[in-house]
Design a protein around this ligand. Structure first.
Ligand SMILES: [Zn+2]
Length: 512
Protein backbone atom coordinates (compact mmCIF):
# COMPACT_ATOMS: atom_id res chain seq x y z
CA UNK A 1 0.00 0.00 0.00
CA UNK A 2 1.19 3.47 -0.84
CA UNK A 3 0.20 6.39 1.38
CA UNK A 4 0.66 9.87 0.05
CA UNK A 5 0.37 13.33 1.51
CA UNK A 6 1.93 16.75 1.04
CA UNK A 7 4.75 18.41 2.80
CA UNK A 8 5.90 21.93 2.32
CA UNK A 9 8.99 23.99 2.94
CA UNK A 10 9.73 27.64 2.46
CA UNK A 11 7.35 29.59 4.67
CA UNK A 12 3.62 29.25 5.33
CA UNK A 13 3.39 32.62 3.55
CA UNK A 14 4.79 31.13 0.34
CA UNK A 15 4.76 27.37 0.79
CA UNK A 16 6.56 25.17 -1.72
CA UNK A 17 4.70 21.89 -1.87
CA UNK A 18 6.31 18.50 -2.10
CA UNK A 19 4.44 15.26 -2.49
CA UNK A 20 5.41 12.64 0.12
CA UNK A 21 4.78 9.02 -0.89
CA UNK A 22 5.46 6.17 1.49
CA UNK A 23 5.45 2.44 1.02
CA UNK A 24 5.85 -0.36 3.59
CA UNK A 25 7.62 -3.50 2.45
CA UNK A 26 9.23 -6.56 3.94
CA UNK A 27 12.60 -5.77 5.46
CA UNK A 28 14.05 -3.25 7.87
CA UNK A 29 15.65 -0.46 5.85
CA UNK A 30 14.45 3.13 5.93
CA UNK A 31 15.13 5.01 2.71
CA UNK A 32 14.25 8.44 1.42
CA UNK A 33 14.80 8.71 -2.30
CA UNK A 34 17.50 11.16 -3.27
CA UNK A 35 18.70 11.71 0.30
CA UNK A 36 21.99 10.36 1.63
CA UNK A 37 21.67 7.36 3.91
CA UNK A 38 23.13 9.38 6.75
CA UNK A 39 20.49 12.13 6.49
CA UNK A 40 17.74 9.52 6.08
CA UNK A 41 18.96 7.72 9.20
CA UNK A 42 18.93 10.97 11.16
CA UNK A 43 15.37 11.65 10.02
CA UNK A 44 14.35 8.07 10.87
CA UNK A 45 15.82 8.46 14.37
CA UNK A 46 13.85 11.64 15.05
CA UNK A 47 10.61 10.26 13.64
CA UNK A 48 10.89 6.90 15.41
CA UNK A 49 11.58 8.50 18.78
CA UNK A 50 8.76 11.04 18.34
CA UNK A 51 6.30 8.25 17.49
CA UNK A 52 7.39 6.29 20.56
CA UNK A 53 6.99 9.38 22.73
CA UNK A 54 3.36 9.47 21.61
CA UNK A 55 2.92 5.78 22.45
CA UNK A 56 3.05 4.45 18.89
CA UNK A 57 5.31 1.76 17.54
CA UNK A 58 7.58 2.00 14.56
CA UNK A 59 6.27 -0.44 11.94
CA UNK A 60 8.52 -3.52 11.83
CA UNK A 61 8.96 -3.18 8.07
CA UNK A 62 11.12 -1.53 5.48
CA UNK A 63 9.97 1.99 4.68
CA UNK A 64 10.60 3.71 1.37
CA UNK A 65 9.78 7.38 1.06
CA UNK A 66 9.69 9.26 -2.20
CA UNK A 67 9.61 13.05 -2.39
CA UNK A 68 8.23 14.50 -5.63
CA UNK A 69 9.13 16.15 -7.89
CA UNK A 70 12.31 14.14 -8.01
CA UNK A 71 14.71 16.89 -9.04
CA UNK A 72 14.36 19.26 -6.11
CA UNK A 73 17.15 19.72 -3.65
CA UNK A 74 15.75 18.49 -0.38
CA UNK A 75 18.06 18.98 2.53
CA UNK A 76 15.24 20.23 4.72
CA UNK A 77 14.15 18.76 8.05
CA UNK A 78 10.65 20.15 7.34
CA UNK A 79 9.60 16.74 5.99
CA UNK A 80 9.86 15.01 9.41
CA UNK A 81 6.20 15.76 10.13
CA UNK A 82 4.64 14.69 6.80
CA UNK A 83 6.77 11.51 6.77
CA UNK A 84 5.69 10.72 10.35
CA UNK A 85 2.04 11.26 9.35
CA UNK A 86 2.46 8.94 6.38
CA UNK A 87 4.02 6.28 8.67
CA UNK A 88 1.06 6.64 11.07
CA UNK A 89 -1.46 6.37 8.23
CA UNK A 90 0.28 3.31 6.78
CA UNK A 91 0.01 1.55 10.16
CA UNK A 92 -3.64 2.52 10.48
CA UNK A 93 -3.18 4.83 13.48
CA UNK A 94 -4.67 7.77 11.63
CA UNK A 95 -7.03 7.41 8.64
CA UNK A 96 -5.23 7.87 5.28
CA UNK A 97 -8.19 9.95 4.12
CA UNK A 98 -7.31 12.55 6.79
CA UNK A 99 -4.10 13.32 4.86
CA UNK A 100 -5.86 14.12 1.60
CA UNK A 101 -6.38 17.86 1.79
CA UNK A 102 -3.52 18.93 4.02
CA UNK A 103 0.13 19.82 3.72
CA UNK A 104 2.31 19.57 6.82
CA UNK A 105 5.79 20.74 7.75
CA UNK A 106 7.96 20.66 10.84
CA UNK A 107 11.13 19.24 12.29
CA UNK A 108 10.51 16.90 15.20
CA UNK A 109 12.40 16.55 18.47
CA UNK A 110 13.00 13.12 20.02
CA UNK A 111 10.14 13.82 22.44
CA UNK A 112 7.72 14.64 19.62
CA UNK A 113 7.81 18.44 19.93
CA UNK A 114 7.51 20.31 16.64
CA UNK A 115 10.01 22.95 15.68
CA UNK A 116 10.62 25.22 12.76
CA UNK A 117 12.87 23.45 10.28
CA UNK A 118 16.46 23.94 9.35
CA UNK A 119 17.16 25.97 6.22
CA UNK A 120 15.92 24.41 3.06
CA UNK A 121 17.54 24.83 -0.31
CA UNK A 122 15.18 24.82 -3.23
CA UNK A 123 16.08 25.29 -6.86
CA UNK A 124 12.93 26.18 -8.72
CA UNK A 125 10.43 27.30 -6.17
CA UNK A 126 7.62 28.33 -8.50
CA UNK A 127 7.97 25.55 -11.02
CA UNK A 128 7.89 22.53 -8.81
CA UNK A 129 4.75 23.50 -6.95
CA UNK A 130 2.86 23.76 -10.19
CA UNK A 131 4.18 20.42 -11.43
CA UNK A 132 2.07 18.67 -8.86
CA UNK A 133 -1.31 18.43 -10.48
CA UNK A 134 -3.36 17.87 -7.33
CA UNK A 135 -1.68 20.59 -5.29
CA UNK A 136 -4.88 22.62 -5.67
CA UNK A 137 -6.66 20.20 -3.37
CA UNK A 138 -4.69 21.32 -0.35
CA UNK A 139 -7.07 23.11 1.97
CA UNK A 140 -5.07 23.46 5.20
CA UNK A 141 -1.46 23.87 6.25
CA UNK A 142 -0.19 22.24 9.45
CA UNK A 143 2.90 23.86 10.94
CA UNK A 144 4.81 24.21 14.23
CA UNK A 145 3.40 26.89 16.53
CA UNK A 146 6.72 28.75 16.67
CA UNK A 147 6.49 29.55 12.98
CA UNK A 148 5.83 33.00 11.62
CA UNK A 149 2.32 32.49 10.32
CA UNK A 150 1.59 35.88 8.80
CA UNK A 151 0.02 36.10 5.30
CA UNK A 152 -0.53 32.38 4.80
CA UNK A 153 -2.46 31.74 1.54
CA UNK A 154 -4.36 28.84 3.14
CA UNK A 155 -5.94 28.30 6.56
CA UNK A 156 -3.16 27.45 8.98
CA UNK A 157 -3.27 25.10 11.97
CA UNK A 158 -0.39 25.43 14.44
CA UNK A 159 0.76 22.67 16.77
CA UNK A 160 3.45 22.25 19.41
CA UNK A 161 3.55 18.44 19.59
CA UNK A 162 3.07 15.50 17.23
CA UNK A 163 0.37 14.06 19.53
CA UNK A 164 -1.73 17.18 18.93
CA UNK A 165 -1.50 16.67 15.17
CA UNK A 166 -2.53 13.02 15.59
CA UNK A 167 -5.52 13.98 17.75
CA UNK A 168 -6.47 16.66 15.20
CA UNK A 169 -6.35 14.27 12.24
CA UNK A 170 -8.22 11.57 14.14
CA UNK A 171 -11.10 13.85 15.18
CA UNK A 172 -13.91 13.42 12.63
CA UNK A 173 -14.58 17.14 12.17
CA UNK A 174 -10.91 18.21 12.41
CA UNK A 175 -11.26 20.10 15.65
CA UNK A 176 -8.18 21.18 17.46
CA UNK A 177 -7.88 19.62 20.89
CA UNK A 178 -6.44 21.87 23.54
CA UNK A 179 -2.82 20.92 24.33
CA UNK A 180 -3.43 20.34 28.04
CA UNK A 181 -6.19 17.86 27.24
CA UNK A 182 -3.85 16.02 24.95
CA UNK A 183 -1.12 15.87 27.51
CA UNK A 184 -3.53 13.97 29.75
CA UNK A 185 -4.22 11.33 27.15
CA UNK A 186 -0.64 10.58 26.17
CA UNK A 187 0.38 7.02 25.87
CA UNK A 188 3.91 7.14 27.07
CA UNK A 189 6.57 4.89 25.57
CA UNK A 190 5.88 1.14 25.69
CA UNK A 191 6.11 -0.05 29.23
CA UNK A 192 6.87 3.25 30.92
CA UNK A 193 3.25 4.19 31.17
CA UNK A 194 2.47 6.47 34.07
CA UNK A 195 -1.17 6.52 33.21
CA UNK A 196 -3.01 3.86 35.10
CA UNK A 197 -6.63 3.35 35.71
CA UNK A 198 -7.16 3.80 39.39
CA UNK A 199 -7.66 0.48 41.13
CA UNK A 200 -8.77 -0.01 44.72
CA UNK A 201 -8.62 -2.78 47.32
CA UNK A 202 -12.17 -3.85 46.37
CA UNK A 203 -10.77 -5.99 43.54
CA UNK A 204 -8.72 -8.14 45.93
CA UNK A 205 -10.63 -10.69 47.99
CA UNK A 206 -9.31 -11.18 51.52
CA UNK A 207 -5.55 -10.64 51.90
CA UNK A 208 -6.15 -8.11 54.69
CA UNK A 209 -2.54 -8.35 55.87
CA UNK A 210 -1.26 -7.62 52.37
CA UNK A 211 -3.60 -4.63 52.03
CA UNK A 212 -2.47 -3.25 55.38
CA UNK A 213 1.20 -3.64 54.37
CA UNK A 214 0.41 -1.92 51.04
CA UNK A 215 -0.86 1.11 52.98
CA UNK A 216 2.27 1.07 55.15
CA UNK A 217 4.54 0.75 52.09
CA UNK A 218 2.91 3.69 50.31
CA UNK A 219 2.94 5.90 53.41
CA UNK A 220 6.52 5.18 54.48
CA UNK A 221 7.99 4.65 50.97
CA UNK A 222 9.11 1.16 51.98
CA UNK A 223 10.31 -1.13 49.18
CA UNK A 224 8.28 -4.32 48.82
CA UNK A 225 8.92 -7.80 47.51
CA UNK A 226 5.95 -10.12 47.28
CA UNK A 227 5.63 -13.75 46.37
CA UNK A 228 2.56 -15.78 45.58
CA UNK A 229 1.18 -18.05 42.89
CA UNK A 230 -0.10 -16.40 39.67
CA UNK A 231 -3.57 -14.92 40.04
CA UNK A 232 -3.24 -13.98 43.70
CA UNK A 233 -3.35 -10.28 42.91
CA UNK A 234 0.32 -9.26 43.05
CA UNK A 235 0.02 -6.84 40.13
CA UNK A 236 -3.28 -5.44 41.39
CA UNK A 237 -1.77 -4.88 44.81
CA UNK A 238 1.17 -3.05 43.22
CA UNK A 239 -1.27 -0.84 41.30
CA UNK A 240 -3.14 -0.20 44.57
CA UNK A 241 0.10 1.06 46.14
CA UNK A 242 0.51 3.42 43.16
CA UNK A 243 -3.10 4.56 43.50
CA UNK A 244 -2.55 5.26 47.22
CA UNK A 245 0.30 7.70 46.52
CA UNK A 246 -0.80 11.33 46.58
CA UNK A 247 -0.45 13.51 43.44
CA UNK A 248 3.00 15.02 42.98
CA UNK A 249 3.72 18.68 43.64
CA UNK A 250 4.54 20.87 40.64
CA UNK A 251 8.22 20.75 41.63
CA UNK A 252 8.30 16.95 41.92
CA UNK A 253 6.45 16.55 38.64
CA UNK A 254 8.78 18.87 36.76
CA UNK A 255 11.75 16.81 38.13
CA UNK A 256 10.11 13.72 36.62
CA UNK A 257 9.54 15.51 33.32
CA UNK A 258 13.14 16.61 33.03
CA UNK A 259 14.41 13.08 33.77
CA UNK A 260 12.11 11.74 31.05
CA UNK A 261 13.24 14.31 28.54
CA UNK A 262 16.89 13.43 29.28
CA UNK A 263 15.96 9.92 28.14
CA UNK A 264 14.28 11.32 25.03
CA UNK A 265 10.85 10.45 26.42
CA UNK A 266 7.76 12.45 27.02
CA UNK A 267 6.10 11.93 30.40
CA UNK A 268 2.40 11.60 30.00
CA UNK A 269 0.47 12.36 33.10
CA UNK A 270 -2.88 12.38 34.65
CA UNK A 271 -3.13 15.16 37.28
CA UNK A 272 0.58 15.01 38.13
CA UNK A 273 0.33 11.35 39.06
CA UNK A 274 3.58 9.71 40.16
CA UNK A 275 5.31 7.73 37.39
CA UNK A 276 4.72 3.98 37.09
CA UNK A 277 7.41 1.94 35.37
CA UNK A 278 7.11 -1.79 34.75
CA UNK A 279 10.01 -2.85 32.57
CA UNK A 280 10.03 -6.34 31.07
CA UNK A 281 12.29 -9.06 32.46
CA UNK A 282 14.42 -8.82 29.32
CA UNK A 283 15.50 -5.29 30.34
CA UNK A 284 19.24 -5.23 30.79
CA UNK A 285 21.32 -3.40 33.35
CA UNK A 286 21.60 -0.23 31.22
CA UNK A 287 17.83 -0.14 30.83
CA UNK A 288 17.30 -0.44 34.55
CA UNK A 289 20.16 1.66 35.92
CA UNK A 290 21.00 4.02 33.06
CA UNK A 291 23.99 4.41 30.78
CA UNK A 292 26.24 6.89 29.04
CA UNK A 293 25.25 7.93 25.57
CA UNK A 294 27.68 7.21 22.74
CA UNK A 295 26.72 10.49 21.15
CA UNK A 296 29.08 13.33 21.85
CA UNK A 297 27.78 15.78 24.43
CA UNK A 298 24.60 13.88 25.20
CA UNK A 299 25.64 12.72 28.65
CA UNK A 300 23.88 10.11 30.73
CA UNK A 301 20.65 8.38 29.72
CA UNK A 302 18.45 7.61 32.74
CA UNK A 303 17.23 4.03 33.23
CA UNK A 304 13.98 2.72 34.69
CA UNK A 305 15.01 3.42 38.30
CA UNK A 306 15.44 7.13 37.50
CA UNK A 307 12.41 7.32 35.22
CA UNK A 308 10.38 6.01 38.18
CA UNK A 309 11.77 8.76 40.46
CA UNK A 310 9.00 9.98 42.83
CA UNK A 311 6.88 7.05 41.69
CA UNK A 312 6.84 3.29 41.45
CA UNK A 313 9.17 0.80 39.80
CA UNK A 314 7.27 -2.47 39.46
CA UNK A 315 9.48 -5.45 38.59
CA UNK A 316 7.16 -8.37 37.92
CA UNK A 317 8.68 -11.88 37.61
CA UNK A 318 11.60 -10.52 39.63
CA UNK A 319 13.48 -13.83 39.63
CA UNK A 320 13.43 -13.89 35.81
CA UNK A 321 15.67 -10.81 35.50
CA UNK A 322 19.32 -11.63 34.88
CA UNK A 323 21.41 -11.94 38.02
CA UNK A 324 23.62 -9.01 37.05
CA UNK A 325 20.60 -6.78 36.55
CA UNK A 326 19.19 -7.79 39.93
CA UNK A 327 22.47 -7.17 41.73
CA UNK A 328 22.70 -3.73 40.12
CA UNK A 329 19.59 -2.82 42.11
CA UNK A 330 21.60 -2.90 45.36
CA UNK A 331 22.86 0.67 45.05
CA UNK A 332 19.54 2.39 44.25
CA UNK A 333 17.80 0.29 46.93
CA UNK A 334 20.35 1.51 49.46
CA UNK A 335 20.80 5.16 48.53
CA UNK A 336 17.94 5.96 46.10
CA UNK A 337 20.59 7.42 43.82
CA UNK A 338 22.52 6.05 40.86
CA UNK A 339 26.14 6.83 40.11
CA UNK A 340 27.33 6.29 36.58
CA UNK A 341 31.09 6.35 36.23
CA UNK A 342 33.27 6.46 33.16
CA UNK A 343 36.76 7.52 32.30
CA UNK A 344 35.83 11.16 31.70
CA UNK A 345 34.07 11.53 35.03
CA UNK A 346 30.94 10.41 36.81
CA UNK A 347 27.42 11.61 37.29
CA UNK A 348 24.63 10.98 39.76
CA UNK A 349 21.03 10.42 38.78
CA UNK A 350 18.10 10.63 41.19
CA UNK A 351 16.37 7.27 41.69
CA UNK A 352 13.99 7.80 44.57
CA UNK A 353 11.51 5.22 43.36
CA UNK A 354 9.53 2.82 45.48
CA UNK A 355 10.48 -0.68 44.30
CA UNK A 356 7.74 -3.29 44.17
CA UNK A 357 9.11 -6.68 43.14
CA UNK A 358 6.87 -9.67 42.55
CA UNK A 359 7.71 -13.32 42.01
CA UNK A 360 6.22 -16.79 42.04
CA UNK A 361 7.04 -19.12 44.95
CA UNK A 362 8.62 -21.70 42.62
CA UNK A 363 9.51 -22.17 38.93
CA UNK A 364 6.13 -23.72 38.03
CA UNK A 365 4.36 -21.01 39.99
CA UNK A 366 1.72 -23.28 41.47
CA UNK A 367 2.90 -23.65 45.00
CA UNK A 368 5.68 -23.50 47.49
CA UNK A 369 6.26 -27.21 47.65
CA UNK A 370 3.43 -28.14 49.98
CA UNK A 371 0.86 -27.69 47.25
CA UNK A 372 -0.21 -30.93 45.59
CA UNK A 373 -0.30 -29.40 42.10
CA UNK A 374 3.33 -28.18 42.27
CA UNK A 375 5.79 -30.72 40.96
CA UNK A 376 8.98 -28.72 41.41
CA UNK A 377 11.92 -30.45 43.07
CA UNK A 378 13.12 -28.82 46.26
CA UNK A 379 16.53 -28.10 44.71
CA UNK A 380 14.79 -26.39 41.76
CA UNK A 381 12.81 -24.24 44.17
CA UNK A 382 15.96 -23.45 46.12
CA UNK A 383 17.84 -22.43 42.97
CA UNK A 384 14.91 -20.26 41.85
CA UNK A 385 14.60 -18.48 45.20
CA UNK A 386 18.36 -17.94 45.49
CA UNK A 387 18.18 -15.70 42.41
CA UNK A 388 17.10 -13.14 45.01
CA UNK A 389 20.36 -12.87 46.90
CA UNK A 390 20.61 -12.15 50.62
CA UNK A 391 21.93 -8.60 50.08
CA UNK A 392 18.98 -7.75 47.81
CA UNK A 393 16.31 -9.23 50.14
CA UNK A 394 18.05 -7.56 53.09
CA UNK A 395 17.67 -4.13 51.47
CA UNK A 396 13.93 -4.54 50.86
CA UNK A 397 11.86 -3.52 53.88
CA UNK A 398 8.64 -5.45 53.39
CA UNK A 399 8.42 -9.09 52.27
CA UNK A 400 4.89 -10.22 51.56
CA UNK A 401 3.33 -13.56 50.91
CA UNK A 402 0.07 -13.69 48.97
CA UNK A 403 -2.32 -16.55 48.43
CA UNK A 404 -1.83 -18.07 51.88
CA UNK A 405 -4.95 -17.82 54.01
CA UNK A 406 -2.87 -18.63 57.05
CA UNK A 407 -1.21 -15.25 56.73
CA UNK A 408 -4.47 -13.48 57.36
CA UNK A 409 -4.74 -14.98 60.80
CA UNK A 410 -1.77 -12.93 62.01
CA UNK A 411 -3.32 -10.63 64.55
CA UNK A 412 -2.40 -7.07 63.69
CA UNK A 413 -4.93 -5.66 66.11
CA UNK A 414 -6.43 -3.23 63.63
CA UNK A 415 -9.73 -3.30 61.84
CA UNK A 416 -9.81 -3.54 58.08
CA UNK A 417 -9.17 -0.14 56.59
CA UNK A 418 -11.45 1.36 53.92
CA UNK A 419 -10.01 2.77 50.69
CA UNK A 420 -10.88 6.35 51.60
CA UNK A 421 -9.35 5.98 55.06
CA UNK A 422 -6.28 4.37 53.52
CA UNK A 423 -5.78 7.23 51.04
CA UNK A 424 -6.07 9.94 53.67
CA UNK A 425 -3.83 8.03 56.12
CA UNK A 426 -1.17 7.64 53.42
CA UNK A 427 -1.32 11.36 52.53
CA UNK A 428 -1.04 12.36 56.22
CA UNK A 429 1.81 9.99 57.11
CA UNK A 430 3.76 10.51 53.87
CA UNK A 431 3.77 14.25 54.49
CA UNK A 432 5.12 13.70 58.00
CA UNK A 433 7.76 11.23 56.78
CA UNK A 434 8.86 13.64 54.01
CA UNK A 435 9.23 16.40 56.60
CA UNK A 436 11.29 14.16 58.88
CA UNK A 437 13.80 12.56 56.51
CA UNK A 438 16.46 9.98 57.39
CA UNK A 439 17.29 9.61 61.06
CA UNK A 440 15.08 12.57 62.01
CA UNK A 441 11.99 10.41 62.05
CA UNK A 442 13.47 8.24 64.81
CA UNK A 443 14.09 11.39 66.86
CA UNK A 444 10.73 13.05 66.24
CA UNK A 445 8.52 10.01 65.72
CA UNK A 446 6.69 7.87 68.27
CA UNK A 447 9.08 6.03 70.66
CA UNK A 448 9.06 2.27 71.33
CA UNK A 449 7.28 0.96 74.39
CA UNK A 450 9.52 -1.08 76.68
CA UNK A 451 7.93 -4.35 75.55
CA UNK A 452 8.20 -3.34 71.89
CA UNK A 453 11.92 -2.54 72.34
CA UNK A 454 12.39 -5.96 73.89
CA UNK A 455 10.62 -7.68 71.01
CA UNK A 456 12.67 -5.73 68.47
CA UNK A 457 15.81 -6.85 70.23
CA UNK A 458 14.72 -10.46 70.21
CA UNK A 459 14.12 -10.26 66.44
CA UNK A 460 17.90 -10.14 66.11
CA UNK A 461 18.37 -13.51 67.78
CA UNK A 462 15.11 -15.26 66.91
CA UNK A 463 14.73 -14.20 63.26
CA UNK A 464 18.53 -13.83 62.86
CA UNK A 465 18.06 -10.41 61.29
CA UNK A 466 20.98 -8.29 60.18
CA UNK A 467 21.46 -4.68 61.33
CA UNK A 468 19.70 -3.61 58.18
CA UNK A 469 16.85 -6.03 58.84
CA UNK A 470 16.39 -4.68 62.37
CA UNK A 471 16.42 -1.13 61.00
CA UNK A 472 13.66 -2.07 58.52
CA UNK A 473 11.51 -3.70 61.24
CA UNK A 474 11.82 -0.56 63.39
CA UNK A 475 11.17 1.71 60.41
CA UNK A 476 8.11 -0.21 59.16
CA UNK A 477 6.71 -0.48 62.72
CA UNK A 478 7.09 3.30 63.04
CA UNK A 479 5.06 3.87 59.86
CA UNK A 480 2.45 1.39 61.14
CA UNK A 481 2.17 3.34 64.42
CA UNK A 482 1.86 6.62 62.48
CA UNK A 483 -0.90 5.11 60.31
CA UNK A 484 -2.74 4.11 63.51
CA UNK A 485 -2.10 7.61 64.91
CA UNK A 486 -0.56 5.88 67.91
CA UNK A 487 1.68 7.95 70.24
CA UNK A 488 3.89 4.88 70.80
CA UNK A 489 5.29 2.02 68.74
CA UNK A 490 3.65 -0.96 70.38
CA UNK A 491 4.35 -4.69 70.38
CA UNK A 492 1.74 -5.29 67.67
CA UNK A 493 3.54 -2.87 65.33
CA UNK A 494 6.89 -4.62 65.79
CA UNK A 495 5.13 -7.98 65.39
CA UNK A 496 3.58 -7.11 62.04
CA UNK A 497 6.81 -5.54 60.77
CA UNK A 498 8.79 -8.60 61.91
CA UNK A 499 6.29 -10.93 60.24
CA UNK A 500 7.04 -9.25 56.92
CA UNK A 501 10.66 -10.48 56.80
CA UNK A 502 9.77 -13.66 54.93
CA UNK A 503 12.95 -13.90 52.87
CA UNK A 504 15.06 -13.90 56.01
CA UNK A 505 13.41 -17.09 57.22
CA UNK A 506 15.23 -20.40 57.01
CA UNK A 507 12.06 -22.09 55.74
CA UNK A 508 12.02 -19.78 52.71
CA UNK A 509 15.55 -20.44 51.53
CA UNK A 510 15.44 -24.15 52.43
CA UNK A 511 11.97 -25.36 51.45
CA UNK A 512 10.77 -28.85 52.50
ZN1 LIG B 1 6.29 -25.47 41.60
Amino acid sequence: MIVSTFGFAGSPGSPCFVRVELRLERGILFRISGISNQAARAAATRIRSALMACGHRWPGKAITVNLAPADLSRTSTAFDLPIALAVLASSGIIPSSSLKHIAAAGEMGLDGTLRPWATSIFGFVETFSSELSDVQNIKTLLAPSKFDSSDSPLPLQLFTHLSEVIAYLKSPNKTKVKPHLIENSFNSIGNTSSFLEEVTFDIIKGEETAKRMAVIAAAGSHDVIMQGPPGTGKTVLAKCIHALLPDLSEKEFSQCKSIHSAAGLFLKSYRNRPPWLSPHTSTNMNGLIGSWSNLKGRGAIPGAWSLAHNGILFLDEFAEFSRGTLEACRAPLESKMISLARAAGSTTLPASALLIAAMNPCPCGRGNGDNASCDCQSNEIRRYRRKISGPIADRIAIHLELGHEINDSIENGTKNISWTEAKSAVARVKKWVDNNPGEEKFVNGPPLTEAAAELLNSCRSVLKLSHRGIYHVHDVAMTAALIDDSPLIEVKHIAEAGASRLFDRQSWMNPR
